[in-house]
Design a protein around this ligand. Structure first.
Ligand code: UDP
Length: 238
């Protein structure tokens, strides 16, 4: 395995659910510490890291709507949830001496900085981890879309989507033991086969702006470090 890094700047998307770990709800501090360790290894070899974290461990607009809430209100709650996750992540990263900035798409003066593309690029160039929170700032979008959007905006080399499975399969591998894993896919194959990788908005955005996406299993130890050095864990969509 090549020692030097292949990717100089990445956009890592973590789902909110990943933060729950062994807890029944919310945020497991052990997961945060583990993430800080893996991210620290990347920072150590000079990889610039933008992070987008979801909010599904706390609130999801669509689920709240099913429970009777107004959808837009629910989405606002979901976006606020991502800010809470971002604060928890920043705390864990900074305790590991990793300089971290949180930006929010929704202005939240006194808590986090408002998203500013030029400031984000400057911070990334400085080696700071930048966590982009509050999604796109708009209801009816997902944090997958905001990960792709911010990745394209800050000119990341790749969007790395961390999931619970080790790539994209033709059917759900949790339900079907015969499911076949893809090593590579084109954006159009994802769309044609209706593969549930990311929502269509996110896939179309990446397709239109030639942003490669790699889906991989964050729980696989060392996978993240291997990928930034050219490893082929998971599934590459490009
Ligand atoms: N959300 C939104 N606009 C965005 C991003 C997120 O309204 O641009 C809301 C939406 O309600 C979503 C919730 O925030 O359900 C949490 O985000 P997401 O479901 O993407 O989190 P994940 O599944 O990655 O944990």
């Amino acid at each position: 395995v090549a020692k030097e890094k292949v990717y100089k700047r990445i956009l890592l998307k973590l789902s909110g659910e990943a933060l729950t770990g062994q807890e029944a709800f919310g945020i497991d501090p052990r997961v945060l510490d583990h993430l800080a360790l893996e991210i620290g290894q990347l920072v150590g070899i000079g990889v610039q890291i933008g992070l987008v974290v979801g909010g599904g461990n706390l609130f999801r607009g669509a689920a709240l709507q099913t429970a009777g809430l107004d959808r837009v209100t629910g989405d606002h709650m979901g976006m606020l949830a991502t800010v809470m996750n971002a604060l928890a992540l920043r705390d864990a990263l900074e305790r590991s001496n990793i300089a971290t900035q949180v930006m929010s798409s929704i202005p939240m003066s006194g808590v986090v900085d408002h998203y500013d593309r030029r400031k984000a690029i400057r911070a990334l160039s400085n080696g700071d981890v930048v966590i982009f929170s509050a999604g796109t700032g708009n209801p009816f979008f997902t944090t997958d879309s905001s990960a792709c959007l911010r990745g394209i905006e800050v000119d990341a080399d790749v969007v790395l989507k961390a999931t619970k499975v080790d790539g994209v399969y033709d059917t759900d591998p949790m339900k079907n033991p015969e499911a076949i894993k893809f090593d590579q896919l084109t954006y159009d194959e994802v769309l044609d086969k209706k593969l549930e990788v990311m929502d269509l908005t996110a896939i179309c955005l990446c397709r239109d702006h030639d942003m490669p996406v790699r889906v991989f299993d964050m729980a696989e130890r060392g996978a993240l470090l291997s990928i930034v050095r050219g490893g082929t864990e998971g599934t590459l969509i490009q």
